[in-house]
Design a protein around this ligand. Sequence first.
Ligand SMILES: Nc1ncnc2c1ncn2[C@@H]1O[C@H](COP(=O)(O)OP(=O)(O)OP(=O)(O)O)[C@@H](O)[C@H]1O
Ligand SMILES: [Mg+2]
Length: 454
Amino acid sequence: MKDTEKSPQQILIVDDEAVVRNGISRALMSKGMIPQSAASGKAALACLRNQSFDLVLLDIRMPDMDGITLLKQIHARYPETRVIMITGYPSIDSAVHCTKLGASDYLVKPFNLDDLEAALKKASVAPAQPKRSAACGNGLKIDSTEKLIVGQSRPMKKIFEKILKVAPTDSTVLITGESGTGKELVAQAIHANSHRRDNEFVAVDCSSLVESLLESELFGHVKGSFTGAHQTKHGFFELANHGTFFFDEVANLSLKIQAKLLRVIQEREFMKVGDQKKINLDIRIISASNSELSESIQKGSFREDLYYRLSVVPIHLPPLRERVEDIPLLIGHFLDKLSRKMKKPVPEVSPDAMDVMREYAWPGNVRELEHTMERILILEDTDVIRVRNLPSFITRRQRELQMFSEEPVTLEELENRYIRFVLKKTKGKKTEAANVLGINRKTLAAKIKKYGIH
Ligand SMILES: Nc1ncnc2c1ncn2[C@@H]1O[C@H](COP(=O)(O)OP(=O)(O)OP(=O)(O)O)[C@@H](O)[C@H]1O
Ligand SMILES: [Mg+2]
């Protein structure tokens, strides 16, 4: 192929027939590509977990898992991977169906090299899938381990780019976002991508420290500087020297410590408690807060000058409910990671269950999602996670939504239906129904009469 720049390079061939796999493989190799192949849906998923592929050539009929099911999973978990379906039993219906599900093209067996090349060309320029950003794909590696920040939503891609831009500098970074949105993970990513990566990343949660000890915890102390200081102690600042200092829940710092901190940041040196010797400080400060610091500034509990020092580069992590596109990717990520840890096969997620989880608001954000996956893996022994395997607090909201999923009606009609529903639930017991509805028996009786309920 001449247009090698645009041609997909990492190709996976999935077909249960060895003849077909080998045929396509040879054809691609004659064009200078080295494809991999898998003989079943399961094997294909294993390959996809280990490596990223630009393109999958996927047979529709396979004994263990049909190509359509696999296509859906690839689309949900690896949205950047393009898929060309191949089949020996063509039909317009299934061609249209596959395209709707995100396939780039549809090839009918037997096909020749020209057909294949044309499909590859088409797939490599097809805009159907989100484009790989220059900086990274669906994730950002934190270190050599499996730790990864994943995300494919627009705000997360912007955040990845920002992390990579700010990491090599020494600017202070203030990370804001609700609890569980990944603030600490972002701080680690900045550290891991900076020239300080071989030195310490010291995280201190300002809310968990005892005020009276905070100063000595941060700056250290010399022996005998106060009652109980039996030994000289290195503070967090000294431990973090030449590395990165992560101040978590920074809004909880007392005004007294804020003043000291400001001085340390300005002067780039500090002293241990009870000591006169100045220590040079070379640290990168990253802080995080899950509350609005501007409110604390207005209330007078946070110094404005310190705020400006700490927030040279602000990074805001939106709550998970505002980046729903990340939910399937995170689910796949945690299922992979946790199953491997528990030495269990990775379960699939049924499309219905995926929809329910996309609609759930995740008040505890990514942490809640991670814990939910762990809980399902431990409690539900299943190959496919279906709606019935989800915890009830997730499906409850789904049931509530269903109540409103029909044609909209007037409030009066809704009241009529709802009263009937509650009466049915309470088996016609009026006192109980009135309690549930939060109205008195008389009012209920009047409404029953009004709506002619028997
Ligand atoms: N984008 C992501 N990709 C992968 N894992 C994530 C992502 N975001 C968060 N996590 C995981 O979710 C959990 C919570 O993240 P983290 O501790 O960074 O949140 P936080 O914002 O600091 O929360 P808190 O405000 O409660 O301290 C961690 O286990 C983290 O690894
Ligand atoms: Mg945190």
